[in-house]
Design a protein around this ligand. Structure first.
Ligand code: BDR
Ligand code: CA
Length: 310
């Protein structure tokens, strides 16, 4: 099984990503760390604990990370994810505590101890990952890859130019893309194809276990923000689960090796990911950028993963 560390800011789609990651015997989650993003750091940490409690996984090492971006004030997405960060379902209170270590210490410990290189799977702002990279240069060679949700080759979802995770901490994203560690970028180009429709939610609701019920309720709430006709969506884009889907079934995706730069100074373009699809810069590719997705295959994979909780 592929050893992974999930660094997340749950967040509805982060929560679903966690649930999928822990459902498969082909992935070996070593730890869950949390970043500030969709909600404040206390809430994202608590939400990770609540989801793991629902999954009966109090054995999972969990640690909270940086409380704010490297060089900026925190921006949260409570308009998408609600007051708690996971509004909608009734979730259990956490049955266990996080570790007293912080996120990057836990990442370092797990990466150092692992017999094989570890894949990092960030689904929030990249603050913790950037701090890990900066503080533990000796561990870079023990990171297999960073499979992240963030950015876009096309338009943004938080500003016209920027996707939320990169916009919140562009300096961190810049460090990650410059790190030399192999990267898979699940940006909006692909995640907007990963739309979950009303009929898919009903399919999930019909899976007879409490985890699938919770996912259906998370999706009911997540749908509300995405129903605004301005987006042109039929369903809700399941951004973060694309990372886990790519790890489990890369054949569902099309990808291109590209150089990606992060704009940290632009007047209108802060947090934009500049994706060189036509090799115009002459710079060496630093990311595998995902573009297209077999949507039906993606939904089937989610249903399979959730059925494993029966
Ligand atoms: C990203 O922002 C967050 O709201 C989601 O959890 C996802 O990681 C999408 O832009
Ligand atoms: Ca997220």
């Amino acid at each position: 099984a592929t050893p992974i560390i999930l660094d997340c800011d749950p967040g509805h789609d982060d929560a679903i990503s966690l649930i999928l990651a822990l459902s498969s015997e082909r992935l070996n989650p070593l730890a869950v760390t949390t970043s500030a993003g969709n909600q404040t750091p206390d809430k994202t940490l608590n939400n990770a604990l609540r989801i793991l409690t629902l999954l009966n996984r109090a054995d999972m090492p969990v640690a909270g990370g940086a409380v704010k971006p490297l060089a900026r004030e925190l921006i949260i997405a409570d308009n998408v994810h609600g007051e708690s960060g996971l509004d909608g379902p009734k979730l259990p209170d956490p049955s266990f505590d996080p570790l007293t270590q912080n996120a990057i210490e836990l990442m370092a410990e797990k990466v150092r101890q692992s017999a094989v290189p570890v894949t990092l799977v960030p689904s929030g702002p990249l603050t913790n990952i950037a701090l890990f990279i900066a503080n533990y240069p000796e561990l870079h060679s023990k990171v297999e890859r960073i499979v992240l949700m963030g950015g876009a080759a096309g338009v943004g979802n938080w500003t016209p130019a920027a996707e939320f995770n990169i916009f919140v901490d562009p300096e961190a994203a810049d460090m990650v893309f410059k790190s030399g560690i192999p990267i898979t970028m699940c940006g909006l180009d692909v995640t907007h194809e990963a739309q979950i429709m009303d009929e898919d939610i009903e399919r999930i609701r019909a899976i007879p276990n409490p985890v699938a019920q919770c996912v259906a309720e998370l999706l009911d709430f997540f749908m509300i923000y995405h129903r605004d006709p301005k987006w042109g969506f039929t369903g809700a884009p399941l951004h973060d689960p694309c990372t886990i889907a790519w790890l489990l079934k890369p054949e569902l995706f099309t990808a291109q090796e590209c150089w990606v730069g992060v704009e940290t100074k632009g007047e209108y373009t802060q947090g934009m990911t500049v994706v060189d699809r036509y090799q115009l810069t002459g710079k060496t590719a630093n990311a595998t950028v995902l573009f297209d997705l077999d949507r039906q295959g993606f939904v089937d994979l989610i249903v399979d993963c959730l059925s494993a909780y029966n």
